[in-house]
Design a protein around this ligand. Sequence first.
Ligand code: WQD
Length: 359
Amino acid sequence: MKNNGKEHMFEKNDEIKSPKGSILLAGGAGYIGSHTAVELLKSGYNVVIADCHYNSSPVIYDRLKQITGVDIVHYNIDVSVEEQLDRVFGENELAAVIHFAGHKAVGESVREPLNYYQNNLSTTFSLLRMMERYQVPNIIFSSSATVYGMENRSPVREDVKTGSCINPYGWTKYMNEQILRDLTRANRRLSAVLLRYFNPAGAHESGLIGEDPKDTPNNLMPYISQVASGRLKMLSIYGDDYDTPDGTGVRDYIHVVDLAKAHVKAVGYALEHKGVETFNIGTGTGYSVLELVHAFERVNHVRIPYRITGRRSGDLAVCYADSTKAQEILGWRAQKNLEDMCRDAWNWQKKNPQGYREA
Ligand code: WQD
């Protein structure tokens, strides 16, 4: 990895010493991976990205260089193919792997379950095989609050029963968690950290990287951003008859930069501990759809036309985290609020109306 010495937007934090070896971000060119790359570099880690750009753009490497000044070592490979991954492990000394490599569209997973099970599990298998071959004992897994299924009451803690997932995407997260749990039981040298994300939103404050949905967005914040920019006409709010203060669904939106910082903490934790540990990564506060819409309008001085439609099947009324464990054990807590998420999402959208496609 080269640092060309050009001025860039952050100072490296020299208090944190890079471990021997780099951190491999498998599927690291996407929304969460790219923000995590920035925060890892900022904290003194070296980063390697492996991604086939199925759901991301190679433009990301130039954007990351503009933010960090670093030419990140990257491989355009399919993480699920062991022979391709072997090169990455062979050519780099790795200290840990962060596993972001997976398909993530809930609706698509219902229509194409085999693709989801095959892809989201085979990426895990090939990563774990390579970790075994090259003696890399640390993995951080991109899990999701979706593993809590329909049966748990918020604020939800890590130790409640998981499962009862409602779509194949959710089951792949659940199954990957189980695989990692079993492996750490069988191999005492292994360390696995399972991060259960709540609802990631926002973008890097530079507006150079952000969320770039391939098709019409399924998630609320990118949908709102595209309505604000005129790319979409109107937001449909999926139900206002839930048992919540204003009747619309309540979620725990977490700024993607806070989420990225949680990965830095998780890497530090994995390097110093063995076994498996699970953490909720959310703010601990729930906001309704209408609260989010109004915050977006207020902060950005835009109007979001909306109409109330029927409920979306599989939606919960309320879901937010008890994030005490991450605070106590990882020393992590969210620092950014809903206004920051709205401002940064809009800044990214305005600067990149067609996502990375225009660049
Ligand atoms: C949030 C709220 C909707 C869109 C999903 C996955 C989860 C994770 C994140 C990621 C809900 C409402 C939404 C719209 C709306 N997966 N809404 N109109 O459903 O909490 O979580 O994304 O990769 O696994 O299930 O997030 O952003 O889709 O919805 O009214 O056009 O906004 O009903 O209350 P969700 P979301």
